[in-house]
Design a protein. Structure first.
Length: 136
């Protein structure tokens, strides 16, 4: 049953990414281009996502289990360390170059944009390198 719910909510999330423009690399790059032809519309998408997620996150902090009574593992550290900053920097560079991040990449595949496979392959190689050298 939980896999059916995961499929349904994942599909809803994917449709939301598509309609919001987050799956459109050109729109994302336009949002990130602060000193060029800046498109602020994704800021409203992000604010809406924060508003929608705020209450569920508050509930998860107080009761860290799912409706299926499985543990929710939230990050335990709130330190800004070198690993976090380096990862954020690398992610930001990749996001700025490609205009794609992980979830929208899979949405693009579902929409028939198979050139997103280049991004997904590079992302998976990055994950493997991280696991090999960072011991995750």
């Amino acid at each position: 049953m939980k896999n059916i719910f995961a499929f349904i909510f994942g599909g809803i999330f994917s449709v939301g990414l598509m309609f919001s423009g987050m799956a459109n690399p050109g729109k994302v790059i336009g949002f990130l281009d602060l000193f060029g032809n800046w498109d602020p519309s994704l800021a409203f998408v992000m604010m809406g996502a924060i508003a929608v997620a705020f209450i569920p996150f508050q509930i998860a902090i107080r009761k860290p289990v799912t409706v299926f009574n499985e543990p929710i593992e939230l990050p335990k550290s709130n330190q800004l360390d070198q690993k976090l900053l380096t990862g954020a920097f690398i992610f930001g560079i990749g996001w700025g170059i490609a205009g794609i991040c992980p979830a929208p990449a899979f949405t693009l595949i579902g929409l028939g944009h198979y050139d997103a496979l280049y991004f997904i392959i590079a992302m998976l190689v990055g994950v493997l390198i991280h696991r090999k050298f960072a011991g995750a």
